[in-house]
Design a binder for this molecule. Structure first.
Ligand code: HMG
Ligand code: MG
Length: 338
């Protein structure tokens, strides 16, 4: 039998950077995606088509998409690049680039016109190596968080998704759906009913979501809470293969909760290189669990990730310096200190 494998979703370029106060240059964001693509990661969340008034750091995500479509990062694997989309407006902005990429990459000068004066036609160079793009949508398990994060109720958020599902399916785009505050809410407290999460997961799967990422936005999850939530999801008919787990590490419990997820049969986990990040609408919450730590944990348990730990750790150290933060990944720092 082939060895058990784990798929790690790198959310650093989106979740990791969205909360940074100082504007990070487009070149740095693109370089981060390119470095991550060389580590063996197969899924990278590269940007976010949210309102620039709400999350200014993500304002140039269309340039990131454009760059990826034109100059696909060199990678040993076919890669799925995900982009967060909150509403139809965000999807329209995404599709504008996806369907009509400009004739050249935003970071390189326009190619010289041909002899007949025309430019070379736009192409989706990305797809020539089998890579793909995907959409991520997001809602939350509490009304207050949904209001603070997306200015609508939970029911309204689902209504917003209906056209996103319809149009995305027409374009054969897969959809990942996040459920935030599944293990604690910054506004409604640490005990969010697991049934609320399960009901939402079922609704999103019925609407057509290809994967549900259950998010511990505040890091208030513990091993028993995580176990109860996963059991509740199973009892409601949500299968492990349709789930991903997205842990923020505010209380240092992310790896413990990851082990609970692994024991439950989950094989997709989100991380941010160097433990970057946080949600701007979740006060006090810190970054995602470090991708390096997830890789180290999985490999220590005999689970393959396909990721080159040294390249990943070097990328974590590099981006930490670029954004002027300490590297929050223990395994990343230890790998480089050897
Ligand atoms: P709103 O202000 O209620 O939107 O924001 P609106 O529909 O009333 O429109 C107001 C204006 O915004 C209009 O422009 C729209 O065109 C524009 P105007 O006519 O005034 O010039 N607008 C947009 N512009 C660009 N892109 C768009 C867009 N939509 C409207 N997509 C909205 C509602 C949902 C857009 C806003 O609340 C929003 O963008 N929220 C996102 C906040 C965010 O980025 N949060 C972090 C990401 S989620 C997260 O981190 C959690 C996760 O990691 C999992 C976890 O850990 O929990 C995924
Ligand atoms: Mg998050």
């Amino acid at each position: 039998t082939p060895p058990d494998t784990v798929n790690i979703v790198e959310v650093g370029p989106r979740d990791g950077l969205q909360n940074e106060k100082n504007t990070i240059p487009l070149e740095t964001k693109v370089e981060l995606v390119r470095r991550l693509a060389r580590t063996g990661l197969r899924t990278i969340e590269a940007g976010s088509f949210v309102s620039p008034k709400w999350t200014p750091q993500m304002a140039n995500s269309s340039d990131i998409l454009e760059n990826i479509l034109h100059k696909p990062p060199e990678s040993p694997e076919e890669i799925v690049y995900q982009f967060l989309v909150p509403n139809k407006k965000g999807l329209d902005n995404f599709l504008n680039v996806y369907n009509n990429p400009s004739p050249h990459d935003p970071l390189t000068p326009p190619p010289s016109p041909r002899a007949d004066g025309t430019q070379s036609p736009p192409s989706h160079a990305l797809f020539q190596n089998g890579s793909e793009v995907e959409i991520s949508i997001f809602t939350a398990a509490t009304e207050t968080f949904t209001q603070k994060n997306t200015n609508c109720s939970i029911a309204e958020s689902l209504a917003r998704f209906a056209p996103i599902f319809e149009i995305s399916k027409q374009h054969n785009l897969r959809i990942r759906a996040y459920i935030s505050v599944a293990l604690g809410c910054p506004y409604e407290g640490p005990d969010v009913g697991p049934h609320k999460v399960a009901d939402l997961a079922i609704s999103l799967l019925e609407m057509g979501a290809d994967e549900i990422s259950v998010a511990d936005t505040t890091g208030q999850g513990t091993a028993p809470k995580t176990r109860t939530l996963l059991n509740t999801l199973s009892a409601a008919g949500v299968e492990s293969q349709d789930l991903a787990l997205h842990f923020h590490d505010t209380f240092g419990m992310a790896l413990v909760n990851t082990v609970v997820g692994l024991e439950h049969g989950i094989r997709t986990f989100d991380g941010a290189v160097a433990g970057l990040g946080g949600c701007p609408y979740s006060p006090g919450a810190t970054g995602n669990v470090g991708t390096e730590d997830l890789v180290y944990l999985c490999e220590s348990l005999g689970l393959r990730t396909g990721i080159d730990m040294v390249k990943l750790a070097e990328t974590g150290e590099w981006i930490s310096r670029e954004v002027g933060r300490g590297n929050e990944s223990s395994a990343g720092k230890a790998t480089l200190a050897r």
